[in-house]
Design a protein around this ligand. Structure first.
Ligand SMILES: [Zn+2]
Ligand SMILES: [Zn+2]
Length: 182
């Protein structure tokens, strides 16, 4: 379980609001309960694992006490402990949650429901990928390939898009969309 100073908890809460992200959107991206985010922000991070807190900090671009950069958490080095993970290769698909990290857009693919048959994206119908498009390594959870560090989902958006604003808007849409279907 995670140990964080109250100052850091407040910082995370402020960074989330500044990014225009709801607690549920953040919870969705990290894969935890919204109540856990709420408790974290009130200074009780105990419900969250250290790994989840690391992801939250990376997504909100708040440095933790440990010197890990946002992209090193979004793209964790290979540990072999992650199960393989199919993902939708379409940057415009709602299954891929975008984050702007250091001016670059990264897409965090959400797990595909196993009931979808495992071949096609349950959200947009695209054929799912299971391998890194750059080096062919088996894809794991997270935005990047554990073997080569390349982004799993290629950013195919027009270059003139303001990545940060687009990603924030997109995350709001995804959160709203999810609240409609669940
Ligand atoms: Zn898709
Ligand atoms: Zn790779």
């Amino acid at each position: 379980m995670a140990q964080l100073s109250i100052t850091l908890c407040r910082q995370l809460a402020r960074a989330r609001r500044e990014k225009g992200m709801t607690q549920s959107a953040l919870a969705l991206a990290v894969g935890c309960k919204q109540s856990a985010i709420s408790m974290l922000e009130s200074g009780q991070p105990e419900k969250l694992s250290q790994e989840a807190v690391g992801k939250i900090a990376a997504l909100l671009e708040v440095p933790l006490e440990s010197p890990s950069s946002p992209s090193s958490v979004l793209c964790p080095p290979s540990s072999g402990s992650f199960p393989s993970h199919s993902f939708c290769p379409s940057a415009s698909c709602a299954s891929n949650v975008p984050y702007a990290v250091a001016g670059e857009l990264l897409f965090w693919p959400r797990p595909q429901p196993a009931s979808a048959g495992g071949k096609h994206c349950a959200y947009c119908g695209e054929v799912l990928e299971r391998q890194c498009p750059h080096c062919g390594a088996t894809a794991t959870a997270g935005a990047c390939c554990p073997a080569c560090g390349g982004a799993k989902v290629t950013n195919t958006l027009p270059a003139e898009i303001d990545g940060e604003a687009w990603a924030a808007q997109r995350r709001r849409e995804i959160a709203e969309w999810k609240s409609l279907v669940t």
